[in-house]
Design a protein around this ligand. Structure first.
Ligand SMILES: Cc1cc2nc3c(=O)[nH]c(=O)nc-3n(C[C@H](O)[C@H](O)[C@H](O)COP(=O)(O)OP(=O)(O)OC[C@H]3O[C@@H](n4cnc5c(N)ncnc54)[C@H](O)[C@@H]3O)c2cc1C
Length: 493
């Protein structure tokens, strides 16, 4: 068995999980035998106030809020676990590693409050020492947040970041299409905006790097207006990019998925049906019926809490509006993978390095030390974003491992070549995600479709981190979206 498969999911998960992980590693055959073929279960029918499709942070928090308001709920989840884009696996020694969301920042007060509520603590991301930068084939190190570049480029970057914050400051995050420059900004991509605001190659390169880091797409694949919205939603560009006092400051003890597991448990036995993809939603005679594998849920209201591109993969009677369907078509998911190398200790720390690197060549362009709070084992994680994620999905496991470890060795030292475990995955291969971390509106989408994504249609309500106005795209945004849609549904019941 290759190292990439030698991970175990939480005890909650059935053998199906191993198959799902295997499927995430292109070119590696599934270990499932014929006797593990899926068996169709007879469908039971449940009648509740609110049916919820999707047990990610949004769906779970909507269910939590509705339940505490005295409403009956049932959640159907396609996967065999709660969490969705929050997904934690365990290494050989039980150390949790997040395939999905990892980091949390001090401004993300809703997810922090939820974690505290369910008894999950945080620890600081390792950030002592120097960062590595590998541009134009040259390795340099720097301390703090300002990379090594000529003064002219640094000034341009700083000015462009101030402009981003300024443009974001005049945006109402609930209605980004009403921004005074919305029409102009939604006609261009982030790539064009960067070139309009920075002329030097080095400053363009530094600014370009932020785009795949945030959205896992290339700068020419996202509307400049959406980039401004993202900054507005997080407060400042610094909040998005920084470790200290920013979105990467901390991680959850035991992995992020524990939060979702605990919320799901609190909903009560049988409140969530797993391995139960919703296939069809039919509204008739004042009732809406969700037909999912293994369960049929009849409800007064339905919350569709799946990412935008997954919304039209369910069939609806009556049909969704064309604007709802089309905004989903115009907001594809990013492409993302993660590579993780595990060592007995985080040896780079002794060399005075944070374990953070940025590079202008892939497959990995950004790394973090994601070792647990104890510092044992040492875990180095590399993000593979945008075009790099698409490219590496064609490579063999051996090629991916060799290229990633060679990058880690070039940046941190030859010790990187001998991990005790190496694993990687591509979230795009997951059946119920088909890409991550977020869906990304193309130019023309925000001004063209406005609030079509979050607008209710009949008895159907829609929510996901992408509908959040604060920390959209993040775990925090998902918690907020869950609460918002629960209030909306309660008012409509
Ligand atoms: C690689 C990666 C890194 C990330 N890093 C961070 C980070 O460091 N910090 C951070 O805050 N955020 C991060 N995020 C983003 C964060 O994970 C998401 O914003 C958040 O988890 C979204 O929650 P959600 O409930 O809106 O959507 P999801 O988590 O996508 O939940 C939707 C659920 O619906 C289910 N589903 C889909 N279709 C159906 C169907 N037909 N029937 C039933 N169920 C269905 C899915 O299986 C899923 O469980 C990251 C995401 C990824 C993938």
């Amino acid at each position: 068995m290759s190292d990439s498969l030698r991970v175990s999911r939480r005890s909650l998960l059935a053998t199906a999980g191993a198959g799902a992980l295997t499927a995430a590693v292109p070119g590696v055959a599934s270990a499932a035998g014929p006797d593990e073929a899926p068996v169709s279960t007879p469908s039971e029918t449940k009648e509740v106030d609110v049916a919820i499709i999707g047990a990610g942070l949004t769906g779970l928090n909507a269910a939590r809020a509705l339940k505490s308001a005295g409403k009956s709920v049932h959640v159907v989840e396609a996967d065999d676990r709660p969490g969705g884009r929050v997904w934690t696996v365990n290494l050989d020694d039980g150390t949790p590693v997040n395939w999905g969301a990892t980091f949390v920042g001090p401004q993300q007060t809703e997810i922090l409050a939820l974690a505290k509520d369910v008894g999950v603590g945080t620890y600081k991301t390792w950030n002592s020492g120097k960062n590595v930068q590998f541009f134009n084939g040259q390795r340099k190190t720097y301390a703090g947040t300002v990379p090594q570049a000529d003064v002219g480029s640094l000034l341009e970057v700083s000015r462009a970041m101030s402009r981003l914050n300024g443009l974001a400051g005049s945006m109402d995050p609930a209605t980004p299409w009403t921004h005074p420059m919305a029409a102009e900004l939604d006609k261009i991509t982030a790539h064009t905006w960067i070139r309009q605001n920075a002329t030097k190659l080095m400053s363009q390169k530094l600014l370009d790097l932020a785009v795949p880091a945030l959205f896992s797409v290339e700068p020419w694949e996202v509307s400049a207006l959406h980039l401004i919205f993202y900054v507005r939603s997080a407060g400042t560009i610094q909040n998005l990019l920084n470790v200290n006092a920013g979105a990467q400051e901390s991680q959850f003890d035991g992995g992020s998925q524990i939060i979702c597991e605990r919320v799901a448990e609190q909903l009560g036995t049988g409140a969530v049906t797993y391995s139960s993809p919703a296939r069809r939603v039919v509204t008739k005679d004042g009732r809406t019926t969700v037909y999912a594998d293994g369960v049929t849920v009849v409800a007064k209201k339905v919350i569709v809490a799946v990412p935008p591109p997954m919304i039209p993969r369910i069939s609806y009677e009556p049909l969704l509006s064309p604007t709802k369907d089309q905004i989903c078509q115009h907001s594809p998911m990013g492409s993302v993978g993660k590579a993780v190398a595990v060592y007995d200790t985080p040896w780079w720390r002794a060399k005075g390095l944070t374990g953070q690197a940025t590079s202008d060549i892939g497959p990995v362009k950004i790394t973090f030390d994601i070792s647990p709070a104890s510092g044992k084992p040492g875990v180095m994680m590399g993000f593979v974003d945008g075009q790099d994620a698409r490219d590496w999905s064609f490579w063999s496991y051996e090629d991916r491992r060799a290229k990633v470890l060679a990058q880690f060795a070039e940046w941190f030292g030859p010790e990187a070549l001998s991990p005790r475990q190496y694993l990687d995955y591509n979230m795009d291969a997951q059946e119920w995600h088909r890409g991550c971390p977020v869906s990304v509106p193309q130019p023309g989408t925000i001004t063209g479709y406005k609030d079509a994504l979050r607008r209710p249609e009949g008895d159907l309500h829609f929510a996901c981190t992408e509908t959040a106005t604060i920390w959209s795209g993040y775990m925090d945004g998902a918690v907020r979206a869950g609460k918002t849609v629960a209030a909306e549904v309660q008012a409509a019941l």
